[in-house]
Write a protein that binds this ligand. Structure first.
Ligand code: ATP
Ligand code: MG
Length: 248
């Protein structure tokens, strides 16, 4: 019934002497929402970048939607990247472009749409993240939470099959964080998107994740349900949840 859409098989990657991933393996099934947890610097963002081919492994294999990511050249990765959205840690909007042009950018790159259609699409995307009347503003004229939501709207522009969220709620107030959580759930239920959520936000994990994968010492030392993570996971995993819930 379910088939894996992302398979990391014994993936290793070092930066200089520092081994970030060491034979890490992970499978993600279609339509799942999986939270990737781990201490700061454990390799969570590196893992996401490997899934869309921004960073290559030293060894091991990465298969995403049937594409053998680490064997393809950049140009051959274009069709895959069209199906994956990456919400970068920090948002990474283009500062010199308006909100409209930021969201329109991936659409103009990949699809043919007439200007009216495009304008309507951008408005719809902004409404999905509960923003309106900000099209003409520059990113510098928005609050941090609004920037993050614009980044989410841009990530949704091409109706991706997979969304990689790198800390989608960091720095947001709880209400906006809740709106992002609802959006992640809604995309999963309505469009069947497969979602990977890197986060330190335990309430978000409890709210959206079907499964938790915990990265430590270069490997996913735990991979299981929320319930298992909280009760029978390794101590570091249990502590992560306890500390997170107390913080919240
Ligand atoms: N392009 C790069 N060149 C050199 N080192 C890198 C590069 N990208 C990541 N690293 C190193 O890899 C390690 C893991 O980084 P990564 O960004 O994946 O951490 P993280 O788990 O996302 O942490 P955080 O929770 O703080 O975002 C860090 O030690 C980092 O310095
Ligand atoms: Mg990171």
């Amino acid at each position: 019934m379910t088939e894996p859409v992302i398979v990391l098989d014994r993936v290793s990657r070092a930066f200089g002497p520092k081994k970030v991933l060491a034979e890490a393996s992970l499978k993600i099934n279609a339509g799942e929402i999986v939270a990737i947890l781990g201490a700061s610097g454990s390799g969570k963002s590196v893992t996401l970048k490997m899934i869309n081919g921004l960073i290559l492994p030293d060894s091991g294999s990465i298969n995403v939607l049937g594409y053998h990511v680490n064997a393809l050249r950049d140009r051959d990765l274009a069709p895959l990247r069209r199906k994956i959205s990456y919400l970068f840690q920090g948002g990474a909007l283009f500062d010199s472009m308006t909100v409209f042009d930021n969201i329109a950018f991936p659409i103009r790159e990949h699809l043919k749409m007439d200007p009216d259609q495009l304008a309507e699409r951008v408005t719809t995307l902004l409404a999905m993240v509960q923003l309106d009347d900000v099209e003409h503003l520059a990113p510098s004229e928005l609050s941090g939470g609004m920037r993050k939501r614009v980044a989410v709207a841009r990530a949704l522009a091409l109706e991706p099959e997979i969304i990689l969220y790198d800390e989608p709620t960091t720095g947001l107030d709880p209400v906006t964080g809740e709106a992002i959580a609802n959006l992640i759930l809604d995309l999963d239920r309505r469009l069947g998107v497969t979602s990977l959520v890197v986060t330190h936000d335990i309430p978000l994990v409890l709210r959206v994740a079907d499964r938790v994968a915990f990265l430590e010492s270069g490997q996913f030392i735990f991979d299981g349900t929320l319930e298992a993570a909280r009760t029978s996971g390794p101590d570091t995993v249990k502590q992560f949840f306890q500390a997170g819930v107390i913080h919240a």
